[in-house]
Ligand binder design. Structure first.
Ligand SMILES: NC(=O)CC[C@H](N)C(=O)O
Length: 377
């Protein structure tokens, strides 16, 4: 069995067994509490630049298949598990998880006390880390120096790494309701699917699209996806969104798209200590009083008051926090009252996770229908 080490930037070292590719992975260590859905987690582009620590103790038992990917590849830098399943047992499995990790060059580590790692990250906060095995497994001080040389997540811009470089077109599924311009900041395939199923024809656009290019499509609505990195570093996309809001085009954003709406409206964003990553995160819908169990993956959040309607600091009228976390009262959704724009910090497309919030895609469709009704009147 090949040895491996997980080295955290505060000097803590966890030893284990090499899993996946041998080598070195550097990134921000974050824990995810999902008990299922490791394939969707690994292929979620929002994990770019991160090393995922799975709290579920047994990983890989259902293998992987081509259908459940959320994007074209695994985006996580590194992978930390307690027990890597020694066999795969599922009728849909096409490959073992370890073979997939190796094939995609993902350096992992198993036989790590992931509870201890999680408690450590919960107390000290998400931090830079490295997974080292094979020739890269060297003296602790040497590995630590490499971790300390790696980029911090705060201030990091990763949209360019994950976005399409050319526009991609998707037809509506079923009756066509309208067209949506999608800014790809690391979109998941389930989101594309659910938007299409609502009757939208989509043009998925590169992250550096200009307002002129976007408005040339005359979209009925604009959608900003989830994505990796620090929202404060996305100044171009924030300015683009302000132009979209000024043009009164209906807007819906998920996760990174919520943080960018927050910033476009003039609020700040900040880094959470250890973030929310998992598939059973309770959120309160402040309009209905309903609690939804949601899928989440975020390390940053919008800084806005959760219990009052406030004026947008950037002059876009009144804004309210539409959802907040029942674990720690972090903002989980925004709604502009005077312009057609809303967003959520969690993942209505789930994948993996519960479908409680799927109705938000219908809400986006309604906001577009209302707007079209007004325009045609
Ligand atoms: N899933 C996402 O869109 C994540 C957004 C942002 N990168 C964060 O960590 O908060």
């Amino acid at each position: 069995m090949t040895e491996a080490a997980l080295v955290l930037e505060d000097g803590t070292v966890f030893r284990g067994t090499a899993y996946g590719k041998r080598g070195r992975a550097l990134g921000e260590a974050v824990f995810s509490t999902g008990m299922t859905g490791y394939q969707e987690t690994l292929t979620d582009p929002s994990y770019a630049g991160q090393i995922i620590v799975q709290t579920a103790p047994h990983i890989g038992v259902t293998g992987v298949n081509a259908e459940d990917d959320e994007s074209k590849r695994i985006w996580a830098e590194g992978y930390v598990v307690r027990a890597a399943s020694r066999f795969t047992s599922n009728w849909r499995s096409e490959e073992t998880l370890e073979a997939r990790l190796e094939r995609e060059g993902i350096v992992g580590i198993s036989r790590v006390d992931t509870r201890a790692v999680t408690l450590h990250l919960r107390d000290k906060g998400s931090m830079r880390a490295g997974v080292f095995s094979g020739d890269e497994l060297t003296a602790d001080a040497d590995m630590l120096a490499q971790v300390l040389n790696s980029p911090e997540m705060a201030g990091r811009s990763l949209s360019e790494a994950v976005s399409v470089t050319e526009p991609e077109h998707y037809d509506a599924i079923g009756e066509r309701i309208g067209s949506v311009a999608v800014l790809d900041l690391g979109i998941k395939s389930s989101t594309i699917q659910y938007l299409r199923e609502r009757g939208f024809e989509l043009t998925v656009l590169p992250q550096d699209t200009s307002f002129e290019q976007l408005s040339a499509l005359a979209p009925d609505g604009v959608f900003y996806s989830n994505g990796p990195g620090d929202p404060a570093a996305s100044t171009g996309q924030i300015e683009l969104l302000q132009q979209i809001l000024r043009a009164d085009i209906p807007y819906f954003g998920i996760c990174f798209g919520n943080q960018l709406l927050g910033r476009a409206l003039g609020f700040d964003t900040y880094k959470l200590t250890f973030g929310h990553r998992g598939i059973n995160q309770p959120v309160l819908d402040t309009a209905t009083g309903r609690v939804e169990i949601t899928s989440q993956n975020h390390g940053f959040a919008v800084d806005a008051p959760i219990d009052e309607v406030v004026d947008s600091p950037a002059g876009f009228g009144r804004v309210k926090v539409s959802h907040y976390s029942l674990n720690d009262q972090v903002v989980e959704g925004l709604e502009a009252i005077d312009i057609p724009a809303f967003s959520v910090q969690f993942h209505p497309e789930s994948a993996a996770g519960p479908h409680d919030s799927m109705h938000l895609f219908d809400r986006f469709r309604e906001s577009i229908n209302i707007r079209k009704g007004t325009t045609n009147a």
